[in-house]
Design a binder for this molecule. Structure first.
Ligand code: NAD
Length: 321
């Protein structure tokens, strides 16, 4: 895919998805500037390792997107053609214990970046939203036109707020904004707080795993390579409207029990399951209707869950200390 720009700011570029996006941009000859604060939501050494292989080919700014002065200075120092905004406090459950951190990072941070785009004439903005905005949506699969006013976690509220700021700035200042609702992304370098990461390690090592609920909750899992393709296609897309929302999912559902057996098959060991009650803020299921992304972006998720889990387990095994 030919990308119509030369220099891109990737926020959160040292994170799981961000580091893959940076690699994909570099491989297409795009100049990449990363801003990341390397916070300790999970071990910052993992973030350093995520970008170790590309460290010499990016401009790295260690800083916080909540710092409006820093963002202003960054936009004055560089002429960006596009912003891929992935930096955020991620995760539903921790957002319930510290909502303010989520609101300031995810909402104020997004505002700072869009406002800098406004003042510096940057016309292309990609925002990492989330399937969590759908809350307890009865209708499946979830379409971009479904109602989203019933979010059930602070994290989800910050993501829908971010979409609204994008809509405002797109309408008022002509910034092309694409809000991408990612559905549970997994693959190499996945955040260690996510279930697939914990399950794979624990089942391999014969440690018990925590299963919240009876195993019937279901998720639409998306392999990282598919997400990266979707992000790049959205960044390249400027037709029709200056504001678009796209679901990026695998377009299939897997129950928690099915996921556990897929991990068991991949690592060749049986899970020891510790069953716990459902967790607050967790939605019962997610399932993406990706027809809009297919139609407008040519998005086609290619990695089925069984294959993706196998690849992830192999990567985790190979990267163990
Ligand atoms: P991640 O935590 O690995 O990456 C986020 C990065 O942002 C981290 O490197 C972190 O240090 C950085 N960051 C956080 N706060 C910052 C701040 N104030 N200033 C500068 N940098 C900051 O998470 P990820 O899984 O790669 O997620 C990337 C984006 O995608 C996030 O916006 C997340 O909400 C969204 N998302 C992820 C998933 C998923 O399943 N992984 C699903 C839906 C949406």
């Amino acid at each position: 895919m030919k990308l119509p720009f030369q220099k891109v700011l990737v926020t959160g570029g040292a994170g799981f998805i961000g580091s893959h996006v940076c690699e994909a941009l570099l491989s297409r000859g795009i100049e990449v500037v990363v801003i990341d604060d390397f916070n300790d939501f999970y071990d910052p050494a993992i973030k350093e390792a995520n970008i170790a292989a590309i460290r010499d080919r990016i401009t790295l700014v260690r800083g916080d997107i909540r710092d409006a002065g820093l963002i202003e200075g960054l936009f004055s120092a560089h002429r960006f053609d596009a912003i891929i905004h992935l930096a955020a406090r991620a995760g539903v459950r921790p957002s319930i214990s510290d909502p303010k951190l989520y609101f300031t990072t995810n909402i104020d941070g997004t505002f700072n970046l869009l406002d800098a785009c406004r003042h510096h004439g940057v016309k292309r903005f990609i925002f990492a939203s989330s399937s969590s905005v759908y809350g307890i949506n009865e209708k499946v699969p979830f379409a971009e036109t479904d109602p989203v006013e019933r979010t059930i976690s602070p994290y989800a509220a910050t993501k829908i707020s971010g979409e609204h700021i994008c809509s405002n700035y797109s309408h008022l200042f002509g910034i092309h904004c694409a809000c991408l609702r990612f559905f549970t992304v997994y693959g190499p370098r996945q955040r260690p707080d996510l279930a697939i990461s914990k399950f794979t390690r624990c089942i391999r090592e014969g440690q018990p795993i925590d299963q919240y609920g009876d195993g019937s909750t279901a998720r639409d899992y998306t392999y990282i390579e598919d997400i990266v393709e979707g992000v790049l296609a959205a960044a390249a897309y400027t037709e029709v409207s200056a504001f678009e929302i796209f679901n990026l999912g695998g377009s299939a559902t897997t129950t928690l029990s099915e996921l556990i057996s897929l991990v068991e098959d991949a690592v060749g060991n049986k899970a020891i399951i510790r069953q716990l009650p459902d967790q607050q803020g967790d939605v019962p299921r997610t399932y993406a209707d990706v027809s809009k992304a297919q139609r407008l972006l040519g998005y086609e998720p290619k990695t089925p869950i069984r294959e993706g889990i196998r690849k992830y387990a192999a990567w985790q095994e190979a990267s163990r200390d």
